[in-house]
Design a binder for this molecule. Structure first.
Ligand code: HEM
Length: 456
């Protein structure tokens, strides 16, 4: 039985303020209602929060042609540019067709080897942290890994420490500005010269320099690698528009960087924070890693054998889906049960809410990887959708699963992480669902690990 419905305002200033201050908490409280569709009236428009997997299925599968990105994504375009993560329509289709083949099975096989090599080099780095008995944060560990992996696997460029710091600084500013614009009642245009907007422009310039440098290197390379960066570059060369060439590549790279490294970083931070507090699950992950990962370089087929770690990662994406909400606009009127969504109406879907829905999950707040064990049936095919669905289904979903499983296994095979006491670690709805702190940890060599002798 659901708890008694809380009385939250669903219209006017009260609703607008709650959305702005605490969108996750507000929508979660609304979803305690027994209603399957909850209208929220804001100014001249109504948003429809969908609170049943049948409705998610309608938006992302059965009637998916009727749904495009909502106008909320337009708010991100002046900040993040015109890339896959913000666009819709013919330009989105052109970019998606150019990028899609880079995620084929053959390319993923090559990427796994690069992921493993970078993870090994980051493990060596962490060994120094262990030796020096220093503290570090789960965010720093995750961020270095995902940024290096994304840049190397997709754009052919490994990063040095200064470049990692520079990109991190630039993205922090870009994302902070995006978050503010997303839920603001009337977002201030970025050309207005506020101090924040100036920092934002500096951040874009520094990314533009890095990406410009990458473009120049590619254009001068007679035998360029066959990766995502090359696919984007060649599609732009075909358009033959020198005015938009560099800007368009910059926007596409930024969009994919946000979509890929922000999401996986957030999952890895949750992974470290969660397993640090669950010794039995952590031991099972480590034992599987001992069994499957040899001393040879790790390949695609080996990652497929890490089935328990995959269950753990799937369960993490259930409780902490990085893309915690997605909104869509209806092209023509549609019906959800008794509720009519008008033409141009906005529907809100939230994996965070549906993944914790009491009618579809037993003990929804509990962390239990056995839900994803082979043979366990799902209560509803759309009770779980961390990678969305329909046209905009995550382009990197297979890449993300490989990366999460590989890094998780390799890290927990060698290390244990103790969370430094006194930190509040709660989900915060930033661009992705992040923990409320960077999660300060003490890293130790895992007791019983074959590598302990080298690290301790
Ligand atoms: C755990 C990790 C990840 C999760 C949970 C995730 C989830 C999602 C979701 C829910 C969307 C739809 C967003 C929306 O429409 O608002 C999306 C889109 C996208 N994702 Fe991912 N993602 C992850 C990792 C990645 C990675 C690693 C890449 C790239 C290598 C990537 C690339 C993209 C792109 C390009 C889009 C836009 C697709 C389009 O509209 O055509 N994602 N992702």
């Amino acid at each position: 039985m659901r708890p008694k419905e809380k009385t939250e305002p669903t219209s006017g200033l009260g609703a607008a303020l709650r959305l702005r201050r605490d969108a996750l908490g507000y929508l979660t409280r609304l979803a305690q209602s027994p209603r399957d569709v909850i209208p929220i009236r804001l100014g001249g428009e109504t948003l429809f929060l969908l609170n049943h997997p049948d409705h998610i299925q309608r938006v992302f599968k059965e009637n998916r042609r009727n749904y495009v990105r909502s106008r909320y994504y337009d708010r991100l375009r002046p900040i993040l540019g015109d890339g896959l993560f913000t666009l819709d329509g013919p330009e989105w289709r052109r970019q998606r067709s150019a990028a899609q083949p880079s995620f084929s099975g053959v390319n993923l096989k090559r990427m796994v080897e690069e992921m493993a090599a970078i993870t090994t080099s980051e493990i060596r780095r962490l060994e120094q942290v262990v030796k020096a008995r220093q503290e570090t944060t789960a965010t720093k560990i995750a961020l270095r890994l995902t940024l290096r992996i994304t840049m190397k696997s997709l754009f052919g460029r490994d990063l040095d420490d200064d470049e990692i710091k520079e990109i991190f600084r630039a993205f922090t500013i870009l994302l902070r500005v995006s978050e503010k614009k997303m839920w603001a009642p009337v977002p201030l245009p970025v050309w207005i010269p506020t101090p924040t907007h100036k920092r934002y422009r500096d951040a874009v310039l520094s990314l533009e320099r890095l990406i410009g440098d990458m473009i120049d290197q590619r254009l001068a390379n007679p035998a360029p690698p066959n990766d995502l960066f090359q696919a984007i570059l060649e599609a732009e060369l075909e358009l033959d528009d020198p005015r938009s060439f560099r800007i368009s590549i910059r926007d596409q790279v930024i969009s994919i960087l946000v979509a890929s490294h922000e999401t996986v970083t957030s999952s890895l931070v949750w992974l470290i924070a969660t397993l640090s507090q669950m010794p039995a699950i952590r031991s099972k992950v480590a034992a599987e890693a001992d069994r499957i990962l040899g001393d040879e370089s790790l390949d695609f087929e080996t990652v497929q054998k890490l089935t328990y770690m995959k269950q753990v990662f799937e369960e993490l994406l259930r409780l902490y889906p990085p893309a915690w909400t997605m909104s869509r606009r209806a092209l023509v009127e549609d019906k959800f049960g008794d509720t009519l969504v008008p033409k141009d109406g906005t529907v809100i879907t939230s994996p965070y809410i549906i993944h914790r829905h009491r009618d579809f999950w037993d003990n929804p707040e509990g962390f239990d990887p056995e839900r994803f064990a082979p043979g366990v049936e799902r209560s509803h095919p759309w009770a779980y959708f961390p990678f969305a669905g329909g046209n905009h289904v995550c382009l990197g979903n297979r890449f993300a699963m490989l990366e999460g499983v590989l890094i998780g296994s390799m890290l927990f095979r060698v290390f244990e992480f103790d969370i430094v006491p006194g930190q509040k670690i709660e989900p915060v709805p930033a661009t992705t669902l992040r923990p409320s702190s960077p999660v300060l940890v003490r890293v130790k060599a895992r007791s019983g690990s074959a590598e302990l002798r080298q690290v301790a």
